[in-house]
Design a protein around this ligand. Sequence first.
Ligand code: F6P
Length: 343
Amino acid sequence: MRIATLTSGGDCPGLNAVIRGIVRTATAEYGSTVVGYQDGWVGLLEDRRTQLYDDESIDRILLRGGTILGTGRLHPNQFREGIDQVKANLEDAGIDALIPIGGEGTLKGAKWLSDNGIPVVGVPKTIDNDVNGTDYTFCFDTAVSVATDAIDRLHTTAESHNRVMIVEVMGRHVGWIALHAGMAGGAHYIVVPEHPFDINDICKRMERRFQMGEKYGIIVVAEGALPKEGTMDFDEGEEDQFGHKTFNGIGQVIGEEIKKRLGQDVRTTVLGHIQRGGTPTAFDRVLATRYGVHAARACHNGDFGKSVALRGEHIELVDLDVAVGKLKSVPEGRYRTAQALFG
Ligand code: F6P
């Protein structure tokens, strides 16, 4: 069998571990060959591919962040228009199965190809952890570890200066990173996109902390968070050329409001792409490797139109329909649990 893989959307730690899992399994278990398309869907459209061998160099990529194949984004319309080209390229290259590794947008692309008769097995990736049908996407754990480490460090400097520290983390539509890193880092308030925030409540909690003799406060904010309607002005971002929402610095805006209302010294740290760089955690290395191994096996078993997924202890296959059906957001109950520790 000849399998092709590609990495698409934002990069993250663990992509190489998936590639390694695919190559080693396809080669050693089945005697198959694997090629990688470069720079995501664009590489598939432009037929830019490279052979991946089960050798020492593939073995060493387990620890490496980013993606050896490169990644990119493509507007869904451009992708749809290129379907005939994609089919022709896959046929010319003698590809029997395609494993796209990516987030919700990539898996939508995978479903589109599958609906058009291309044998596809998806692998769910995103630091945001918002892909439906899987307990965890790989690289989420690494992002949470990076953000937690940053929050740990901010505690000491915040306390020394009697400051409120705002930490803005990634999370376009969902607040999983904010929720987990905020809880792990002992944040005094967590703001997530699923629950529009009330600035009055944030200020009240911070004010109370200082009245009780506490010297500082830590607030973790997901980049996609929005205020409750009518509570404060905020200019929401626009869409970029790929149809993704851009952001207008909600962490900074919340910080300025706290400073204005409480007269408190406030600093804002935006963690940004630091959360996506570097080496994957042990958890992510294992999860990403398992995803790669199972995706390769699914191709050989003819289980197409599916995505690998972590369900409890096991790697299972879920229909791509399920994976892209909706975003996996933070449930009310999980946020309420975090709220118990606010203030
Ligand atoms: O989707 C993952 C993500 O990390 C989002 O949380 C973030 O908004 C986005 O990617 C940023 O991507 P880039 O700056 O690479 O376009």
